[in-house]
Design a protein around this ligand. Structure first.
Ligand SMILES: [Zn+2]
Ligand SMILES: [Zn+2]
Length: 523
């Protein structure tokens, strides 16, 4: 009740006092919030506070627990400017930064104490339909390969498979408070689809303090979790299983991490910036720093086409020199939609179709018909792009987006984001992008632009719809994998190099990700 209703400690204590008054004498309900927390601790649901260097260099934990200052930067672990309030409480100093750690072992053990969850923890091995359709991560290639490499682990289906989600978020949402915390969550993938991705199944593991997201030093904060995971992988923990009424050694494995693209860099160590940005293409990432746009462009999708395709011969149309591999789909989809909408409405400052974009086209020798023209009166003139829309056309497009009704009644949110007078869309949430990409865009684009422009965009919309189904068939995935390079090549023929930020490129790897990890919504 306290958590659901967001009750303050004070009110919760008052509620406990009131209920205690109603109970007969000798009842053992806790008297106040503090006692409740002690109970929770004993149930294995408590957390530990670990002091952190204010600069995030190290934890004051284990051997370093009693140190006063950081061994890296020398800063004290205590708050320096203590307020009057703190000083009045003699001898009690307040820590500068605290990491909250919710130990995993006891939480996993609890899954086997309850008969409801204990039986379901074996679902992935004995409860499911094995017909080649991807319904759950257990149907994916990554899981199967893992099993074949670790017989001993796979032989007991009770061993726990986990996914780690680390995504910086602002708990206060749009209230634009500069304080942000980053929760690290674990998902137990042993459970069946109808339990696995429920909020009640997620396990909070760490709360990393703000104000800035942890970025490069995330490994410092992950230390307690990593040390627990290592122990659970190498040694395991004796655990009582209520179903078989026996104690077994429970082990755990971390299958993958769930994160947006910048966090991917921090967690994997592969730099998600600059020339070799793509963690799948790695050394073969095709990139070019745009001389005028001053941004990297990631094009060259001809190399993903079949080797005999005629587009491979069209060097004048494409910018590349024919060089011969866990990505977050929602995050990529959002960025791609941003890119498309920004380019079509020409409102996106990063890839605005202006002089810089045209100078880069000129530099690369692409699309001569759209290079700058210097007129007789020494004025520059930008010949219109094939995707250039008049203000009237932009308004028509936005009106359609504003008025289309989608099946789940969600459109009203997007309607509010459309600002007709400024011809922009602002304030969309992740799910809005999803709806816009997969449902609204194909409808809105009809009739507003030449077929050549609309066609690949509608196909791209279909592609995202295709990979986001709750169950996936391998044949369908093969089809989608075959199609995506064509779509990207078509887009390369229309949009300027600045359009091809890394998020557009990453779409090429999404089908492979589905084959590895199963349906998208599990990750
Ligand atoms: Zn430090
Ligand atoms: Zn790549």
């Amino acid at each position: 009740m306290k958590c659901l209703g967001g009750l303050s400690n004070d009110i919760f204590t008052k509620l406990l006092e009131f209920v205690n008054e109603l109970l007969p004498p000798g009842a053992s309900l806790p008297k106040n919030t503090y006692e409740v927390k002690k109970y929770m601790n004993e149930l294995g649901l408590g957390y530990k506070k670990i002091l952190v260097c204010p600069n995030g260099c190290m934890l004051f934990w284990k051997d370093n627990e009693n140190l006063e200052t950081c061994v890296v930067c020398g800063v004290s672990k205590w708050k320096q400017k203590e307020s009057m309030d703190d000083r009045s409480r003699k001898g009690k100093r307040s820590p500068a930064k605290i990491l909250r750690w919710f130990p995993l072992k006891t939480r996993l053990q609890r899954l086997f104490i309850s008969s409801k969850t204990s039986s379901q923890m074996k679902w992935h091995a004995i409860g499911r339909n094995n017909d080649g359709v991807l319904r759950h991560p257990t149907d994916g290639m990554a899981w199967k390969t893992f099993d074949s490499q670790h017989d001993d682990f796979a032989s007991d289906p009770r061993n726990v498979r986990l996914g780690l989600s680390a995504d910086g978020f602002n708990p206060f949402g749009n209230m634009s408070i500069s304080y942000s915390t980053c929760p690290v969550m674990l998902v137990p993938y042993n459970l069946p689809p109808w339990m696995c991705m429920k909020r009640s199944s997620f396990m909070l593991s760490l709360i990393i303090p703000g104000p800035s997201p942890p970025s490069m030093n995330i490994d410092v904060y992950l230390e307690p979790l990593i040390s627990e995971l290592k122990e659970l992988w190498e040694v395991g923990a004796p655990t009582y299983d209520v179903c078989s009424k026996e104690i077994f050694t429970m082990r755990a494995a971390l299958m993958w991490t769930i994160n947006d693209f910048p966090a991917y860099g921090d967690l994997s160590g592969w730099s998600t910036k600059g020339r070799l940005i793509c963690p799948c293409c790695m050394g073969n990432t095709q990139s070019r720093l745009l001389k005028h746009g001053k941004k990297f462009s990631y094009m060259g999708h001809r190399r993903f086409l079949p080797s005999d395709h005629r587009w491979r011969m069209m060097a004048k149309t494409f910018d590349d020199n024919l060089l011969h591999h866990n990505l977050d789909v929602m995050h990529i989809e959002k960025n791609v939609v941003d890119n498309i909408v920004g380019t079509l409405l020409n409102i996106d400052t990063k890839s605005k179709d202006g002089i810089k974009v045209r100078l880069d086209l000129q530099e690369l020798g692409l699309r001569p018909q759209r290079h700058l023209v210097i007129t007789a009166a020494e004025k520059t003139y930008l010949p219109p792009s094939i995707f250039t829309m008049s203000n009237k056309e932009k308004e028509d497009l936005l009106k359609v987006i504003q008025n289309v009704k989608v099946s789940d009644g969600y459109s009203s949110n997007i309607s509010r984001c459309v600002k007709l007078q400024h011809r922009i869309i602002v304030g969309m949430k992740s799910y809005d992008y999803h709806i816009l990409m997969q449902q609204l865009l194909p409808i809105a684009l009809h009739g507003s632009l030449p077929k050549k422009v609309i066609e690949p965009l509608i196909k791209l919309s279909g592609f995202f719809k295709g990979i986001c189904y709750k169950t996936l068939r391998l044949e369908d995935l093969d089809q989608l994998e075959f199609r995506i390079p064509y779509i990207l090549c078509q887009l390369e023929m229309i949009f300027p190099p600045s359009f091809f930020r890394v998020m557009v490129h990453l779409t090429i790897h999404l089908v492979a990700e589905c084959k590895l990890g199963g349906p998208v919504h599990y990750r």
